[in-house]
Design a protein around this ligand. Structure first.
Ligand SMILES: [Zn+2]
Length: 151
């Protein structure tokens, strides 16, 4: 099933179509003759090819649907893998009185552990604006959690 790409299926359908055309021609030739048994046999053969063609079309639909599902699942897996790789680049670290995420290559920046856990995104923490008179020194712009990074 995995190797049945649309092109392969189209080819199979094309071949079946060609077979039907051939049988049509045979039938035309035979119906000019007198052999009624031969004509009947040809009609039967034509019917079988038509059935086969109908089944191939159904099969093609199923295969296409499976292929779409497959592509979707691959995309989901890729997303999850990328998310896991991204998470690995961040380490939990206690800074001041809060636990934040820090990247090895940029130790001066802190990221929201909640958003990484819930949304799988690294949201950089921002210093609280002075006027807010807040509880923490930094905050997450996404989930609005405050962090006390200065004791
Ligand atoms: Zn957050």
């Amino acid at each position: 099933m995995g190797s049945m790409d649309p092109l392969t299926l189209a080819t199979i359908t094309g071949v079946t179509s060609a077979a039907k055309t051939t049988l049509d021609a045979i039938l035309a030739v035979l119906s000019k003759g007198k052999g009624r048994d031969a004509e009947k046999a040809a009609k039967e053969a034509l019917g079988l090819v038509s059935d086969l063609q109908a089944r191939l079309l159904q099969f093609q639909e199923i295969a296409l649907r499976l292929q779409e599902e497959n592509a979707q699942l691959r995309a989901e897996i890729r997303q999850k893998e990328e998310g896991a790789t991204e998470r690995k680049q961040y380490e939990r670290k206690t800074v001041g009185r809060s636990v934040v995420l820090v990247r090895e290559d940029e130790p001066g920046n802190f990221y929201c552990p909640t958003c990484m856990e819930v949304k799988k995104h690294a949201i950089p923490l921002q210093p609280h604006p002075m006027r807010s008179g807040s509880f923490g020194s930094h905050f997450c712009s996404q989930c609005e959690t405050s962090y006390r990074l200065r004791g």
